[in-house]
Write a protein that binds this ligand. Structure first.
Ligand code: ADP
Ligand code: MG
Length: 487
């Protein structure tokens, strides 16, 4: 019988608030100078009093509503006691018995709880004979989300973390950049041959989604090897070594009673249900469109494919650009045209726009390292370009060329097409000349076509497009070619 893998995640995210969790020091995760955003409260000086940051509480409650979870009626903060140089008070203010949020679900994974605590300071051990501590981070509001042990692979764990990151960004709760430490994932991993859970190991220092996936996979293999060799997995905390791509033992797991949790006597209890602003109804009203709602709408409204939907959902700015283009396309297709015709033409043009955005435009943006909100192209002008392409006024080659010019300089595509002489033409005498050239230079293909090989016609049209440098209207070209060849 093979082994079953069980994973539960504990994910921390620094909340985006103006000030820290219990004082007025600035919450700035970008600050490079050490120990500037500090005050006697977050430095843990004796005799100081913390006060609860309402915005932080609200953000966690909003996460709860988005997850379809249960908001606490009653909640409180507890002291988690331990000594470490990055924890100036000798305890961390956290939540133990009464988290703000319980239950809920994300990506099919059941959530245990979401609670609020304060971040620790940041130590660095780069120097040889001393360590440094930066207290800018001490006291930044930190959300902790714990999942049930219902995940079964590293990739599933990484997918969950990705979706949570997206949700936190949509909610404006956290920027959740993993490489900046704004979101930190810990994976509890166990393997077992029976239905009884195996001994779990907690893996820390996972600084990317890839690391989550790799570390879990490594840990599963390691635990199986331990068991197969007749030994027992020990419950411990392990780190992930990015260079060696291995987990390593850090310390034996501490139990919750080691921390001597007790309610913080300096802070008021929270009767959440009595705070009108925190009512589920109120919070729900403030929720933006959520990622999964957006996916569904993009599918329904525009019939986009999964790949496009995912790009427009993950990259909010490019999603906005696309939707703005789609909006402008509506006016490019006047409602005076026959209805059925208009609807299908508009739908096709919107799909064409989506394709150009996720392939050509994205390619240009990647090359120049530009994001969608830095684009010089106005959505309205992008819509005009797509309309010209959809109507066959310009070839796909010309569309790409105009797009490149618009990308570099902005501008009106109609003007650019005129200036560069890129418009396709159905002009009879122009196309007839092309047809003559094609026929003269491709006698073999002409013969084949006359003998019934339909494919040869496409080849000949292609040759004509080439000779005309994309300027011949392919429909007109095909029609005149057929006439010339007596079909
Ligand atoms: P602890 O008290 O040791 O911190 P918790 O019950 O709080 O343990 O669980 C912490 C995390 O570990 C949760 O995400 C939970 O889903 C996960 N977990 C619990 N048991 C297991 C197990 N046997 N295998 C994998 N993950 C587990
Ligand atoms: Mg725990």
């Amino acid at each position: 019988m093979s082994y079953k893998t069980t994973i539960g995640l504990e994910i921390h995210a620094e909340l985006k608030t103006k000030t820290k969790m219990f004082c007025n020091s600035k919450n700035d995760t970008e600050e490079k100078n050490p120990n500037v955003n500090i005050c006697p409260i977050c430095m843990g000086h004796p005799g100081t009093l913390p006060a609860i940051n309402k915005e932080a509480v609200k953000k966690v409650l909003k996460v709860g509503v988005a997850l379809g979870a249960e908001l606490a009626d009653f909640s409180e903060f507890d002291r988690k006691n331990y000594f470490y140089p990055d924890i100036p008070k000798g305890y961390q203010i956290s939540q133990y018995k009464y988290p703000l949020v319980k239950g809920g679900e994300l990506n099919g994974v059941k959530i245990t709880r979401v609670h609020l605590e304060e971040d620790t300071a940041k130590s660095s051990h780069d120097a040889e004979d001393y360590s440094l501590v930066d207290f800018n981070r001490a006291g930044i509001p930190l959300m902790e989300l714990v999942t049930e042990p219902v995940i079964h692979s590293g990739s599933e764990a990484a997918e969950f973390a990705k979706e949570l990151q997206l949700l936190l960004r949509y909610l404006g709760a956290s920027d959740a950049n993993m490489e900046k430490g704004e979101m930190r994932v810990e994976a509890n991993v166990s393997v077992s041959k029976s239905d009884i859970f195996g001994v779990k190991v907690e893996v820390k220092n996972l600084n990317s989604f890839r690391a989550v996936e790799k570390a879990v996979a490594y840990e599963v293999e390691r635990q199986i090897a331990v068991i197969e060799s007749g030994e027992k997995v020990i419950q411990e905390t392990r780190g992930w070594d990015e260079n060696k791509q291995k987990t390593f033992s850090q310390r034996l797991k501490e139990e919750s009673h080691d921390y001597r949790y007790f309610p913080d006597p300096d802070l008021p209890k929270l009767k959440i249900s009595e705070i009108l602003e925190f009512s589920e109804e109120n919070l729900r009203k403030e929720l933006p469109e959520l990622p999964w709602e957006k996916r569904e709408r993009l599918e329904k409204e525009f019939g986009l494919k999964d790949e496009a939907i995912e790009i427009f959902t993950q990259d909010m700015a490019s999603g906005e650009f696309f939707e703005s283009v789609a909006f402008h396309l509506e006016t490019e297709f006047p409602s005076s045209s026959p209805l059925g015709n208009r609807v299908s033409k508009l739908a096709d043009a919107i799909l064409l726009a989506s394709n150009y955005i996720i392939s050509d435009l994205s390619g240009l943006m990647k090359d120049k390292n530009i994001s969608s909100n830095e684009l010089k192209i106005e959505p309205k002008n992008f819509a005009k370009l797509i309309k010209m392409a959809a109507d066959g006024e310009i070839s796909s080659r010309a569309t790409k060329d105009v797009l490149k010019i618009m990308f570099d300089e902005g501008g009106d595509p109609e003007k650019i097409v005129k200036e560069k002489g890129l418009a396709q033409t159905s002009d009879n005498s122009f196309i007839k000349n092309i047809v003559e050239d094609v026929v003269k230079n491709n006698l073999a293909a002409v013969e084949e076509f006359k003998n019934g090989k339909e494919n040869s016609l496409q080849f000949l049209v292609g040759q004509g497009m080439k000779i005309s440098k994309g300027k011949a209207n392919p429909g007109a070209l095909q029609k005149l070619l057929k006439e010339r060849l007596g079909k």
